[in-house]
Design a protein around this ligand. Structure first.
Ligand code: GLC
Length: 445
């Protein structure tokens, strides 16, 4: 398989200063002028939540570029408020499914500024924007950027709370596993089973040209991913028609938690900027989010789970997203303590936490994408939640684990939680950003 960095060019990453230099270089190398691609060969476009995390990395050495990263993402926003998970700013045949498959070009009378996918992504943008805003050194620049972004963020959140929660009970749905950002998590296995795959047009995956098949989703899953896209496209991506037509409707505990925190952070931004008229609406969303999170607690297992709205059943998996309600806000001391017990069990089995899936489950796969490996961005969010809920020691442990992974193996997309080996794409942008914005502060001598 192709390794983006020839061994002789590899920096010595055991020294934190060298790591930071290399991380900045990765951001600069993957910069396409206003937006950063996650990995030039594997993911050659702008990805939604990647760009938000990456903005935190830019902010450590170029604040203007950090704001630009988020603003370029919102240039791809749809008129109904949806912010797509991919913005195809330029042509590149190296990725499947490209814009021809999504077929969004003719939507909105062809008025979209950029070609895009037709699904969304976990809405971390408001939480990242609040961090940039509160930490900004250039206040005038921050004021102008935050004012421009605020109405766009609000429109996106409104889209989630209407298009994806038609009952208005807080059970906000995703209609495709990719909307969770955790593409092939075992969370989706049961819900994907009934998705029809007959009569699909032939297609060629491009990811396997670059990455070993044992680190990527299986073919039967890819068939279902494509089938779901075609069902949404068949509904013209019209929110109600798409929701009704989709055979896949999950309340993802990850997306729900991220949205819950983002609603709160958007309210803080509204307060800071003086948008008082929006506060009641934002508070209403927060209350609905709390009610939905409460429904997803599994008292017996001591974790939160995702929920399949079509089958009316809880997911049978505990994944790294089961801990994201800590990031959402405050699950309360008892539930927090139960979550920490599970965290303890998982870390006893993995030298480099946090695995994306329960290492005690027979389906655990230490190499395969979201079915076992450790991801820096997930560690970052869970660590934020742990430290805000009185578990600073655990937060530091996840940060140190992330720093160790980078220093030992490099800036990989994800890592084997048992050996620490780097997996997926190398010189990966969000891993570099997480080093700069967070993990480097916990690197030990
Ligand atoms: C994969 C990941 C997703 C990420 C994208 C680009 O699809 O599952 O979370 O946004 O790659 O890095």
């Amino acid at each position: 398989m192709v390794d983006a960095t020839a061994p002789e060019e590899r920096r010595n990453l055991s020294n934190p200063e060298d790591c930071s230099r290399e991380a900045r270089r990765i951001l600069q190398d993957n910069d396409r002028g206003g937006y950063t691609v996650p990995s030039p060969a594997l993911y050659p476009f702008q990805w939604n939540w990647d760009s938000c995390f990456v903005a935190l990395g830019w902010a450590t050495f170029d604040e203007a570029r950090a704001w630009q990263e988020i603003e370029s993402l919102f240039n791809a926003q749809w008129p109904d408020g949806m912010v797509p998970h991919i913005a195809f700013h330029r042509e590149d045949s190296g990725y499947f499914p490209g814009p021809d498959v999504w077929g969004t070009e003719s939507l909105w009378d062809g008025s979209l500024a950029v070609q895009t996918s037709g699904i969304s992504d976990p809405p971390v943008a408001a939480s990242i924007a609040l961090k940039l805003w509160r930490g900004a050194r250039d206040r005038d620049q921050a004021q102008a950027a935050a004012e421009r972004l605020y109405p766009k963020l609000l429109a996106w959140h409104r889209w989630f709370h209407s298009a994806r929660d038609p009952q208005s009970d807080g059970m906000v749905a995703i209609l495709h596993p990719w909307e969770s950002g955790r593409d092939n998590s075992p969370d989706w296995d049961a819900a994907l089973n009934p998705v029809p795959t007959d009569g699909l047009p032939p297609f060629e995956r491009r990811d396997l040209d670059r990455i070993d098949a044992d680190q990527r989703p299986r073919h039967d899953q890819y068939n279902r991913y494509l089938s779901l896209i075609l069902s949404l496209k068949g509904a013209g991506y019209e929110p109600k028609a798409a929701y009704d037509a989709s055979p896949f409707k999950m309340v993802d505990i990850g997306t729900l938690s991220i949205l819950r925190r983002a609603d709160r952070d958007l309210r803080h931004l509204a307060e800071d900027l003086g948008h008082k008229d929006d506060l009641a609406e934002l508070q209403d969303w927060e209350a609905r989010g709390d009610a939905a999170l409460d429904r997803l607690w599994d008292e017996q297992a001591g974790v939160f789970r995702s929920y399949d709205l079509s089958a009316e059943a809880m997911s049978d998996s505990a994944t790294s997203a089961s801990f994201l309600p800590l990031y959402a806000g405050n699950p309360g001391p008892e539930r927090t303590a139960r979550l920490v017990e599970v965290l303890q069990r998982w870390t006893e089995r993995t030298a480099y936490p946090l695995p994306s899936f329960d290492p005690g489950d027979s389906r655990f796969d230490r190499l395969r994408y979201w079915r076992g490996p450790t991801w820096g961005i997930v560690n970052y969010m869970i660590a934020e939640g742990l430290s805000e809920n009185g578990h600073g020691e655990w937060a530091a442990r996840l940060a140190r684990s992330t720093a160790d992974l980078v220093r030992q193996s490099g800036f990989w997309e994800y890592f084997d939680p048992i050996s620490g080996r780097g997996l997926g794409g190398d010189r990966f942008t969000w891993t570099a950003a997480m080093w700069l914005a967070w993990a480097k502060h916990f690197a030990e001598d």
